[in-house]
Design a protein around this ligand. Structure first.
Ligand code: SF4
Length: 368
């Protein structure tokens, strides 16, 4: 069914000016002293110690680049153990992070769920700010670090808690679902969160005839096409996925009719109409593992194709990908810095965190 309505900042004359992109914070509590910078020389010992890691990424990282990365990778892995830290990495992180220093990798839902099981005292989140906030919501007693606080997200930046309150005034009694790509401040105002893996299930779990679904207009359109629930959307978009076009996909197929194309539901509808399969990053990866296509185009962020190719080198990837500049703010250098200095710590106002946590936990506790 088509969207029932779509709203944005310009639709509310009484909307407060300015955007809150991150949530109100509590003061960070320092939990350790800075450690000295380790040696980052490329030596025979570093080469030996990191050889098994290079084996994992040899199909996507040229040998000439490895000596530039390996000393930092070795230092991060040693510091991680010394600090009692665990590294979570989103599928859009570069292969040297995803395959060589991360303890847990996955999509937003997988990382949110795994974050609840983590035993370590320190979590280093290699992803964007809303993901680090979600880890902190689910692990309020742990230290959650993000290597660069500027790692934002165009979806999270598109809406504030005040916007959600205005939507609730306009549609009294209509439940609100927020994609996890939102600040804790927004999560605190909604009924339940969802990810692109479970969005349809979450919407239908509410048993309501209409649902406000925010902030991604394209994911909302995709959900509306899969359910009879009336969907009221927000005008947010992912700056990476909205750049793909249906015409682009048709040109790949004309060049090679046997090519398989899979796309993320944050893409516009004309893109999804041309794809062989639509799914979250986790669903896309499972699809490739099961089908093993000869040639594949993944319509999503660039690093995901690299991470899948590192694991499945027999799948030939065409790479018409778009880079997420926010995800790419996380680097080996600032992960190392983060472990050395225990910065930047993610903190959330405790009263707000309590309300935001409920929305995330309600999603996690939904029966499959
Ligand atoms: S890829 Fe899109 S949705 Fe994901 S962090 Fe980047 S801007 Fe946000």
């Amino acid at each position: 069914m088509p969207l029932t309505g779509i709203y944005g900042p310009d639709d509310f004359a009484n909307r407060p000016q300015g955007q809150i992109i991150t949530s109100p914070r509590a003061a960070p509590a320092r939990t350790g002293s800075p450690l000295p910078m380790p040696s980052l020389e490329w030596t025979p010992e570093v080469e030996r110690a990191t050889a098994p890691l290079y084996d994992r990424v040899k199909h996507v990282i040229p040998p000439i680049e490895w000596p530039l990365m390996a000393p930092t990778i070795k230092a991060i892995n040693e510091l991680k153990r010394a600090r009692g830290a665990v590294i979570l990495a989103h599928n859009y992180q570069a292969p040297e992070i995803f395959h060589c220093v991360a303890d847990i990798g996955g999509d937003s839902l997988q990382l949110a769920v795994e974050a609840t099981k983590v035993k370590a005292d320190i979590i280093v989140q290699c992803g964007v700010h809303f993901m680090a906030e979600t880890s902190k919501l689910l692990n309020p007693d742990k230290t959650v670090l993000i290597p660069d606080t500027r790692a934002g997200c165009s979806l999270a930046a598109s809406i504030t808690g005040a916007d959600v309150r205005l939507l609730r005034e306009k549609f009294p009694g209509v439940p609100v679902v927020a994609y996890v790509n939102t600040s804790a401040e927004v999560k605190a105002e909604v009924d339940i969160c969802c990810t692109s893996s479970n969005a349809v299930q979450v919407v239908e779990s509410l048993g309501a005839p209409s649902v406000i679904f925010l902030p991604d207009r394209y994911l909302a359109t995709y959900v509306a096409s899969k359910t009879d629930v009336k969907i009221i959307a927000w005008k947010g978009a992912c700056e990476v996925h909205e750049r793909f076009t249906g015409e682009e996909l048709r040109s790949y197929r004309e060049a090679d009719p046997s090519v398989q194309i899979i796309a993320h539901p944050e893409c516009p509808p004309d893109v999804l109409a041309e794809a062989d399969f639509t799914g979250s990053t986790a669903h896309m990866i499972n699809w490739v593992r099961e089908r093993r296509p000869r040639r594949l185009v993944m319509i999503t962020e660039c690093s995901m194709a690299d991470n899948v190719r590192a694991e499945l080198p027999d799948v030939e990837m065409l790479r018409p990908c778009n880079i997420c500049p926010h995800m790419k703010r996380i680097t080996l250098a600032n992960i190392l810095e983060s472990l050395l200095t225990l910065r930047e710590e993610v903190t959330i106002d405790p009263a707000l965190a309590e309300r935001a946590r409920r929305s995330v936990e309600r999603m996690i506790n939904l029966k499959n």
